[in-house]
Write a protein that binds this ligand. Structure first.
Ligand code: LLP
Length: 430
């Protein structure tokens, strides 16, 4: 592992100026820890990039599926961001803290009637339409409310971004949105223009996640600008905004080399301005929806080591008191992470082990070929870059309670999500 981690005189990992071992003494393990400065810093980097490279003519919508809880919507609001929500539950959480609804982008490939009505009733800024049938329902429900819904259309731009197949979304074989190359997207535009109680604001695409190159985003922006120009020439209708989704990669291990966030905006802005001039269309208001890159590197999960099982000539399993319940990303995507022992963070990593969780599944691993100092029961294991799609994808499989989330900043810690109790686990059982 070759990244800068902060270690105090006792050899303990420091997170946001707080001793990680002390955090585990106070809150127990497993424990999710989020570094507030890292979250806010990433938000500001994106927001500033819009000011710097795009004359402030855009909005960053935090993709809250990466980590959704009340405090995240409060922070996003405070930093002047919008939010991408993808379910009634995320919308409800945002509403519960008074998040400005005009800054919400409501996504989803299969929105229920109740979700559409909830979005309309609360006047969300944009509903991103995924299919024709949904467009019809939005129109009907908006009409019932005597309201005109602002919508974007989700388009598959046909960009092949290099990432895990499960998180690739821009290609034609995807469940999300309208395909460009078959003419389906243009049909949807024409339909949306003539649909009552709906105002077509923009077009939207999202090409995938954990992408480490600028080029696919530039390509997507170009394809979408071409589409905006085609719409203008075929229908005379001027599309006002372009939503380029999220997907900007982060650093999990040294194999990852993330692009500084502002570089995306710089390159995309240049491409959009050039296309706008060449094709004689207006420069659209831009939206970007980063999720992982806002919260991913800000998060660390702390566990207590329990059983250590050496199988001679095969491998050593180091088991921790969490696993696929709090971090399903290894079992889902074989995702790699950096590991260290938080109570002996300066010790040399002289063993190679498999880190296992505590669920009744052989596949419940957090990492293989992990370099660590020889771990023993009672050590505190830290897994880095777990801020995105860990808590938000957590389950209480095996009735292991979902751990709490603590925010750290300037040497202070505060609980932002309580851990589940056993009582919580049976709360809805009848
Ligand atoms: N916008 C849309 C429409 C999306 O579908 C997504 C992610 C984002 C924005 C945010 O993408 P990000 O900036 O976080 O890459 N569970 C997977 C990731 C699934 C991403 C789904 N959509 C994982 O753990 O890697």
């Amino acid at each position: 592992m070759d990244r800068n981690v902060k270690i105090n005189d006792e050899g303990h990992l420091m997170l946001g100026g707080v001793d990680a071992v002390k955090l585990t003494e106070k809150y127990g393990t497993p424990l999710y820890v989020m570094d507030e400065d890292a979250v806010r810093g990433a938000m500001r980097a994106y927001r500033d990039s819009i000011d710097r490279f795009y004359d402030g003519n855009g909005m960053i919508c935090y993709a809250s599926k990466a980590f959704s809880c009340k405090e995240m919507y409060r922070i996003a609001e405070d930093e002047g961001l919008g939010a991408d929500v993808v379910s009634g539950g995320e919308l409800y959480t945002a509403l519960s803290v008074g998040f400005p609804m005009e800054r919400i982008c409501f996504h989803g490939n299969n929105k229920s009637d109740a979700e559409i009505k909830m979005a309309l009733y609360n006047r969300v800024g944009r509903i991103v339409v995924d299919n024709m049938e949904e467009l019809e329902r939005i129109s009907r429900f908006a009409d019932e409310l005597d309201y005109t819904a602002n919508v974007q259309l989700r388009v598959k731009p046909g960009i092949d971004a290099h990432t895990h197949q499960f998180i690739m979304t821009g290609q034609i074989d995807s469940k999300f949105g309208f395909a460009l190359e078959t003419g389906e997207a243009m049909e949807a535009v024409k339909k949306a223009i003539e649909t009552p109680s709906v105002r077509l604001l923009g077009v939207d695409c999202h090409i995938g996640s954990q992408i480490h190159e600028v080029t696919p985003f530039v390509k997507a922006a170009e394809v979408m600008m071409d589409f905006i120009a085609d719409i203008k020439s075929e229908t005379g209708y001027e599309i006002e905004e372009l939503d380029l989704g999220g997907g900007y990669g982060i650093r999990y291990t040294e194999d990852d080399d993330p692009v500084p966030y502002a570089e995306y905006m710089e390159a995309v802005s240049a491409a959009i301005h050039k296309k706008a001039a060449d094709l004689d269309v207006g420069v659209p208001f831009i939206l970007m929806e980063p999720g992982r890159s806002i919260v991913g590197e800000a998060g660390t999960t702390l566990y207590t080591v329990g059983a250590v099982k050496e199988i001679p000539g095969i491998r050593t399993y180091v088991s921790v008191d969490g696993g696929m319940g709090d971090n399903p990303r290894y079992i889902l995507y074989q995702s790699k992470y950096d590991f260290l022992l938080a109570n002996r963070a300066a010790d040399e990593a002289d063993t190679v082990v498999t880190v296992a969780g505590k669920c009744c599944e052989s596949g419940d691993l957090l990492g293989e070929n992990v370099s660590l100092p020889a771990a023993k029961a009672g050590d505190i294991m830290a897994v880095l870059s777990t801020g995105a799609y860990n808590y938000s994808m957590a389950s209480c499989y095996n009735r292991n309670p979902i751990p709490p989330v603590v925010m750290v900043q300037d040497g202070e810690d505060r609980l932002i999500v309580k851990g589940q109790s056993y009582e919580d686990l049976i709360r809805n059982d009848l």
